[in-house]
Design a protein around this ligand. Structure first.
Ligand SMILES: *Cc1c(COP(=O)(O)O)cnc(C)c1O
Length: 303
């Protein structure tokens, strides 16, 4: 059974501009966003081993958590539909009159939604909460929010298999839960720098997260660019939106404002500031999430 559907759609785009040429830097974008228009690439990888478990089970059901704009929930809904699994999404907040695009998409893919208050949501990690869900829905495979779990990191490490013949000196990703980052670190060679751009303000627990995810404390090849969150999670500025439009005009690549746009902004800025030595071969992950742009005002983006 093919779980990582759509990976044949992934391609690598080389970005070219006079600065890169002058500095002798190769910059490639791994287009994980090409897997599917709605389901972002890194999410599908993080889900890999959870899907595997659910498919081998008798219950054939996945339960997970997220907010109204969760790329993670919609990925589970889609993956569930593709794999013949039932999916249930526990959504943070009261049921709104008008569902977000993301949640509408979840319903379209057959996900069952249950809304809980923000207060209840804080207890979703408690055994009692999970037991109540089991009384209601029967047995299931539980996928933590964002796939934040060692199994999610193991799934994300499969991304590195795609990069084997790329000879990357630097591999870059946007970071939310750090699960994708952990997967990259699992399989990166010592000579490869792994760069993370946190999209959350003051994210100072990355090392702790990595320890939980891959049980390793010290990472000599980890680099954190923590000054590019643009105000915090899902925050945006005019400068960021302008950057997305210019990036699209220059390279023909659409980005999402929550993750990939901030990461690319950071990498291009660091290239300009001579962080990367001549001869560097940088691979940035385009982790998708483009569906999230639908929450922007119409006309804000050129794509
Ligand atoms: C979830 C997400 C990320 C962050 O991945 P983590 O593994 O949680 O750090 C990056 N990009 C996109 C588009 C995402 O949806």
């Amino acid at each position: 059974m093919q779980i990582l559907f759509g990976i044949k759609n992934i391609r690598f785009d080389e970005l070219e501009n006079p600065v890169l040429e002058k500095k002798n830097i190769k910059l490639q974008l791994a287009r994980l966003d090409k897997i599917h228009p709605v389901v972002s690439g890194n999410k599908l990888f993080k889900l890999h081993y959870f899907l595997d478990e659910a498919m081998q089970s008798n219950h054939k059901t996945m339960v997970s958590f997220g907010g109204a704009y969760s790329n993670h929930l919609v990925a589970i809904a889609f993956a569930g539909k593709e794999s013949g699994l039932k999916s249930i999404g526990i959504v943070r907040g009261e049921e709104p009159k008008n569902l977000s695009h993301t949640l509408q998409q979840c319903l379209q893919y057959g996900m069952q939604l249950q809304f809980i208050t923000r207060n209840e949501y804080k207890n979703t990690g408690q055994p009692d909460f999970i037991n109540n869900l089991k009384l209601k829905y029967g047995d299931f495979t539980l996928v933590p929010e964002g796939g934040y779990h060692p199994l999610g990191a193991a799934g994300a490490s499969l991304i590195m298999d795609l990069l084997k013949d790329k000879n990357a000196t630097h591999i870059c990703t946007a970071t939310g839960t750090a699960t994708t980052l952990a997967g990259l670190l699992l399989k990166a060679q010592h000579s490869q720098q792994v760069i993370t751009v946190p999209v959350i303000k003051n994210m100072n627990d990355i090392e702790e997260r990595l320890f939980y995810l891959i049980n390793k404390k010290k990472h000599n090849n980890l680099q954190i660019f923590d000054d590019y969150h643009f105000g915090g999670y899902a925050k945006k500025t005019e400068q960021l939106i302008n950057f997305m439009n210019v990036f699209y005009t220059n390279y023909g690549v659409p980005t999402d404002f929550v993750y990939t746009a901030k990461m690319m902004y950071a990498i291009l800025d660091k290239i300009n500031n001579n962080f990367f030595p001549a001869g560097s071969s940088i691979v940035c992950l385009h982790t998708g999430g483009l569906q999230g742009n639908q929450s922007l005002p119409p006309g804000a983006l050129l794509f």
